[in-house]
Design a protein around this ligand. Structure first.
Ligand code: NAD
Ligand code: UFG
Length: 347
């Protein structure tokens, strides 16, 4: 019996493989490599000192998925596969709806057909109503969702609703929806990490590429927010802590005998907000590198402050973050400085 890890070659997936292996779980990775490299799998194999079953394929391809379910006797799934760029989703919404929503529907159909009814799903803090995120932080799981600002966020919201309907229709489904806040950092080995294509949209890869000399300076989007230093505040979560939350979620689903008509929905964050300037300062301290920056106009669609109430994760999953802001920056730096071009030599 194995766990299917869709999108397991990607940033969060590859880190989760290590934690699953440490916890004794057996798994198969299914990924179309549209936003990742097989090198991440090779490097994870070195870390865990075990070969990994890898199947290249697209979650929208039911035939291919079905074959994998049969071949490995899949009994549970962690579903990371999906597209994740907010700006790309605004430009190309149909691609996002197809990949994320159709991909999830096909996966669920194949799961159902194979009587596989345990699922951990990668959702996002972006599902919370924007106005609430702005005014009612820390965000709790029962806060309203659905008033999202972009197609990417809507795919996550729609999928959450689909999963709720599925649980209602079939009490045997056991589903955990994890709402990630802002994943950053890398494995302490410095051999796997986040490898964005082109110019990074997210803060941490931009900071580390500036520190390594690939970017001239960081544009800080807005210096006039109502925060302690005027820059945006977010709940950054170390990717290894986040990876561990998936192990805890699986443990929870495996131990749960009681039938419920609802998925478990849990925030995965630290519960602490740091500003852009806090992150720059912490990064400079641990890396010993200067991160030149300029404060520019606010980025369209950004909010001032967003962080989690993470108490439910502790209560229900016995999970809490352990790594500090210094760990997040030090591990990002180790990955970036050891791999200035990510997984590719010629980027
Ligand atoms: P990633 O792009 O590094 O990993 C996603 C993986 O899925 C990639 O390896 C990609 O090749 C694969 N993939 C994409 N579409 C596929 C398809 N149709 N079939 C098979 N494989 C496919 O992204 P990540 O940061 O590791 O994110 C993982 C999940 O977590 C995504 O669903 C993302 O939306 C969600 N999430 C990420 C963040 C974040 O900031 N990184 C925040 C909240 C939620
Ligand atoms: N920022 C900068 N300069 C940059 C990049 C970001 O100042 O070059 C600032 C942003 O304005 C924000 C903070 O750094 O204040 C974090 O920005 P990110 O782009 O790293 O992250 P966001 O919180 O905007 O978005 C992330 C994910 C989205 C997800 C959202 C909510 O990237 O996919 O969290 O969960 F939808």
């Amino acid at each position: 019996m194995k766990i299917l890890i869709t999108g397991g070659a990607g940033y969060i997936g590859s880190h989760t493989l290590i934690e699953l292996s440490n916890a004794g779980y057996k798994f198969v990775v299914f990924d179309n490599l549209s936003n990742s490299s097989k090198k991440s799998i090779k490097r994870v194999e070195k870390i865990i000192k075990t070969p990994i079953f890898f199947e290249e394929g697209d979650v929208r391809d039911k035939k291919a998925l079905n074959k994998v379910f049969k071949k490995y006797k899949i009994d549970s799934v962690i579903h990371f596969a999906g597209l994740k760029s907010v700006s790309e989703s605004v430009q190309n919404p149909l691609e996002y709806y197809d990949n994320n929503i159709v991909g999830t529907l096909k996966l669920l159909e194949v799961m159902k057909k194979n009587n596989c009814k345990k699922l951990v799903f990668s959702s996002s803090a972006t599902v919370y109503n924007e106005v609430d995120a702005q005014n009612y932080t820390p965000l709790k799981e029962n806060f309203p969702t659905g008033v999202t600002t972009n197609p990417y966020g809507r795919t996550k919201y729609f999928i959450e609703e689909i999963l709720k309907d599925l649980c209602l229709s079939d009490l045997k489904f056991k589903i955990a929806i994890l709402r990630y806040f802002n994943p950053v950092g890398a494995h302490e080995s410095g051999t796997i990490g986040e490898d964005p294509n082109g110019i990074p949209n997210n803060l941490m890869p931009y900071i580390s590429q500036t520190a390594v000399g690939k970017r001239e300076f960081l544009s800080v989007f807005g210096g006039d927010y109502l925060t302690h230093d005027g820059t945006g505040v977010r709940d950054y979560i170390h990717v290894v802590d986040l990876a561990n939350a998936h192990v805890k979620a699986l443990n929870y689903l495996n131990s749960k005998n009681k039938q419920t008509a609802n998925p478990l929905i849990v925030n995965i964050g630290t519960g602490v907000g740091y500003s852009v300037i806090d992150m720059i300062k912490a990064f400079e301290k641990v890396s010993g590198k200067k991160v030149p920056y300029k404060i520019v106009q606010r980025r369209l669609g950004d909010i001032s402050t967003c962080y989690s109430d993470s108490s439910y994760a502790k209560e229900v999953l016995n999970w809490e973050s352990k790594k500090t802001i210094d760990d997040m920056c030090a591990d990002s730096w180790k990955w970036q400085s050891n791999n200035p071009n990510g997984y590719s030599k010629n980027k």
